[in-house]
Design a binder for this molecule. Structure first.
Ligand code: SAH
Length: 390
């Protein structure tokens, strides 16, 4: 097998569990390794560290798939891995919908597979993983006999790997507009046009966390996408719910989701820029019992972390001002680079500027089908905070 040999100081990081090898960490490589090939990674003194896929065009030249020398990376390997992923989710109680494969956290770097009951949506974000797409599809067919498999590889990061952005069927064509159930509610999911894989499974448990204090409440939600949190609020007994999103498509689908659950008299969605509207409404002195915020990732690069923090501070400051004394703010951040400490500090700054005291009710991460490998920062991305605003 082709080999990649690391510089002396690098090996401990990889040996301690990190699956990525950066270009500047490599001492030498065998000649003739082709992009996408499986390689063996060794320490400077040629001790085995693992096997992974190679791409010299990426800053990350190898991503490890296994640390077991006996493992052959082939069709059977992917079949076994996907079965293990499914076993893990089943152990945690997942039956219908779940993130079946969460990349690095499942030792399957840059592979995402979401299971929506009998339908599967897949992303292979690197060349090395993309090459195994037929094996992955075959494994899904064998384990699940699915009604459909769809590829949502229309993501810009693929271009860093020299891959095109594509989406389409990886099974016989099927109707990509499906309905899923979550926490006893129904949601339209558009696997072809929806954001990312079509639905944010990571907030499942967090959506349940609002159930008690929304009873009888007037609720405002911003960055609502297809309205999941807001429809949960209505279901849990809110008096009125207004949801805002900048995307007309999202708002249209959110209103359809409200109707699908018979909650259209309680919850409605409107197109608005949350930054503008929250500012204006707090000036006008509007007040809600509960305000919920779930903005998109504000940055993907270290250079612009400060901008992301400013964004979080601004939106949470506005949000807090709109909460009646004793009411609740429900706030999320999915920006990977803004870690939990930084996010909490930002919320504290917002509270200070809003001249409000806040009392933490709960602080959570993503649901357990998106496991977190301790020490592997890229697997820990979602921050979900509920505070009482005094
Ligand atoms: N809460 C949702 C996910 C929200 S994703 C869920 O649980 O499914 C973030 C949403 O923010 C997207 O739908 C995007 O259209 C919206 N968005 C981005 N910028 C916005 C802005 N300035 N004002 C309002 N919505 C915005």
């Amino acid at each position: 097998m082709q080999k990649v040999i690391l510089k002396r100081k690098i090996a401990p990081r990889i040996a301690n569990g990190h699956p990525w090898v950066f270009g500047n960490e490599v001492d030498k490589t065998d000649e003739n390794i082709q992009p996408g090939d499986i390689v063996e990674v060794q320490t400077h003194d040629q001790k085995f560290l693992g096997k992974g896929y190679f791409n010299p065009q990426s800053q990350i030249v190898v991503r490890l798939l296994t640390r077991d020398k006996q493992d052959e990376v082939n069709e059977a390997f992917f079949q076994k891995r996907l079965q293990e992923c499914w076993n893990y989710r089943q152990k945690l109680g997942y039956t219908e919908n779940c993130r079946l494969v969460f990349g690095e956290a499942d030792y399957m770097p840059q592979l995402i597979i979401d299971k929506f009951n009998d339908y599967f949506v897949l992303q292979t974000l690197t060349l090395g993983m993309d090459k195994w797409k037929p094996a992955i599809v075959k494994a899904l067919q064998t384990i699940f006999s699915p009604k459909g498999i769809y590829e949502r590889n229309d993501v810009p990061v693929r271009e860093l790997e020299g891959l095109p952005q594509v989406k389409g069927f990886l099974s016989e064509p099927f109707d990509t507009k499906i309905i899923i159930e979550e926490n006893g509610l129904k949601f339209h999911v558009d696997l072809d046009q929806g954001q990312k894989t079509g639905y944010f499974l990571d907030q499942r448990d967090n959506r349940r966390a609002i159930q008690h204090f929304v009873k009888g409440a007037d609720v405002l939600g911003a960055f609502t996408y297809t309205g999941t949190f807001e429809i949960h609020a209505a279901h849990y007994g809110a008096k009125s719910v207004l949801g805002l999103d900048i995307s007309a498509n999202a708002v249209e689908q959110a209103n359809r989701n409200a109707a699908l659950n018979g909650l259209e008299n309680i919850v409605r969605f409107e197109v608005a820029n949350a930054f503008d509207v929250l500012k204006q409404w707090s000036r006008e002195g509007r007040q809600y019992d509960v305000v919920m915020l779930d903005p998109p990732a504000f940055t993907k690069s270290r250079e612009t972390i400060q901008k992301a923090i400013t964004g979080y501070k601004e939106i949470n400051l506005r949000g807090m001002k709109l909460v009646k004394p004793g009411g609740f703010l429900v706030t999320s951040s999915c920006t990977n680079l803004v870690n939990a400490d930084l996010f909490l500090q930002t919320i504290d700054m917002a509270a200070k500027d809003a001249r409000r005291r806040i009392r933490q009710v709960t602080f959570q991460a993503q649901a357990s089908d998106h496991p977190i490998i301790r020490g592997l920062d890229m697997t820990q991305y979602l921050k979900f905070l509920i505070v009482q605003v005094l």
